[in-house]
Design a protein around this ligand. Structure first.
Ligand code: HEM
Length: 184
């Protein structure tokens, strides 16, 4: 189970310096100046920092074989030396979303909102990782993490703008957008 559970610790010190914190929808998070992503081995409730958000690396829910192969072929890992910028965006979706059947959710994400198709255009520039939080009783359903070089910062904004305008985002009821600069 090593490196499948992560704590995202917001505090006054840490590996990433917060350059901005914007509440896009719903309740905000207490403001912090730094964030650290800490791999854990157990799902224990630990309270460190000003706040801690927990997420687990899980299996794919909606991605079909062809897209999975395309993603694996082009996406790059986190931790690239020139990826000095990151975005940490915790998201919660509404009860209306979770009440839909799996195939209805997939239709909204992929057929109507083209989430993967849109995202794919920004690979390999943007490295990404999705953490699941809903099933472990956390305040957010997903913790999303992106890393990129300063030269790709405009492309990242363009991607976010496109996703937020799509139908899928009508189901987002809480979203906090935290931007980071590497300090280590
Ligand atoms: C960088 C390009 C991106 C690509 C290639 C991409 C691709 C994907 C894929 C394939 C999934 C489905 C995973 C599954 O099958 O379970 C997914 C889920 C998700 N992505 Fe992205 N994505 C990108 C960017 C973003 C951005 C910028 C956001 C905004 C914060 C975002 C938020 C999410 C969320 C919240 C989910 C989970 C949705 C759910 O299960 O309801 N993604 N992404």
């Amino acid at each position: 189970m090593t490196n499948t559970i992560f704590d995202f610790v917001g505090d006054t010190v840490g590996d990433w310096k917060v350059s901005s914190m914007t509440t896009i929808k719903g309740n905000s998070l207490a403001s912090v100046s730094h964030l650290t992503k800490v791999p854990k081995e157990e799902l224990v409730q630990t309270e460190t920092g000003i706040w801690t958000l927990k997420g687990i690396v899980s299996h794919l829910r909606y991605t079909e074989k062809e897209d999975k192969e395309k993603l694996v072929a082009v996406q790059q890992d986190l931790g690239r030396a020139n990826s000095t910028l990151a975005a940490f965006i915790p998201i919660r979706k509404s009860e209306a979303w979770w009440n839909l059947a799996q195939d209805e959710r997939r239709k909204i994400m992929e057929n109507k909102s083209r989430h993967t198709q849109t995202g794919m255009k920004y690979l390999p520039a943007i490295a990404r990782k999705l953490f699941h939080s809903r099933d472990i009783g956390e305040p957010f359903d997903f913790l999303t993490w992106f890393e990129y070089a300063p030269a790709d910062a405009d492309a990242f904004e363009e991607l976010l703008d496109a996703l937020r305008k799509a139908e899928e985002w009508n189901y987002v009821e809480r979203e906090v957008d935290i931007r980071l600069v590497k300090t280590v």
